[in-house]
Design a protein around this ligand. Sequence first.
Ligand code: G6P
Length: 369
Amino acid sequence: KQAEKDGYAHFMLKEIHEQPRAIKDTLSGRIAAGDSGVTLKEINIPEEQLREMNKIFITACGTAYHAGLVGKHIIESLARIPVEVDIASEFRYRNPLLDRNSLVIVVSQSGETADTLAALREAKRKGARVLAVTNVVDSSVAREADDVLYTWAGPEIAVASTKAYTTQLVCMYLIGLYLAQQRGALGPGETAEIVAELRKLPGKVSAVLENGSDIENFVRQYSNCGSVFYIGRGLDHAVAMEGSLKLKEISYIHAEAYAAGELKHGTLALIEKDVPVIALATQADLFEKMLSNIKEVKARDAVVVAVAMRGLEEVAKEADQVMYIPRTHQVLAPVLAVIPLQLLAYHMAVARNCDVDQPRNLAKSVTVE
Ligand code: G6P
């Protein structure tokens, strides 16, 4: 088993480091050179259905659900189609308003999650078109969906999902660009810009991984803390949710993610001296707002570790520590921003002697309801 870990201490760490390769493979053959956009041969939605499509639902569980939350922002901003995101165990019982003009995207690493499969079946029963994003070829979800877009992450062993999540995000960009293309929602200039940046993502993920040790000092000081808060706005909020889940899953530290603007409506009451706050600031449009939220928690003596995009260095004046991600198109920032959060959770779990790859009470794939 040690050999399978390629010299890494845990599968999770190995899988974190496999992300540049996994992202590259997931993009491979799907983005053309130049500005011709994306080619998704595996999606065969009839033209008329594409034209009439007026609503997209994304449904999934756990980390895949968090990829869906990012997907909503991406698809809405690129293709301008309204998107709702549902936890699969909620979706299947809420009698969703679906018809043949709805596209339901189910996201599942394993393709075997019982709730996700049931949501898929419910969507089909109601006449919706179902597109699966999954990592396992010929899984139940892949077999039952109308169209399948595979994430080429390779086998994911650690219970806490890492490379499956980032490749699910990549699929969200591909789907967003594809739908934008089909419906003429995006100019060729912007498509070309995003495609060019997508191509650079593996290299940029490697760069973030190289600075991974930046977090170790924080881990040494705070591995015994009772609670960690993750804050962000827009896409950063969705990434904050995934960061918080990673920490809970493997280090058993209580963590919560909040939309930064919502803090003042309740959660701010929990912020006091030395409470760690992980603040995401990758979105230039929301940067000023985010900065004032950081000031808000600093005023209560919280310890702030920021994850910020290069170019937004002003954050260093407020935060106690900043981990920078390389510049990219802001819609792509989640792929880079989640990496320091994965490493943070990992090192916290190791510092606390937790069973990183097999956390208590959790299973890699939950095939019962
Ligand atoms: C389990 C795993 C999670 C995963 C979720 C959904 O709870 O522990 O890591 O995100 O299932 O799994 P799926 O295979 O459907 O993506």
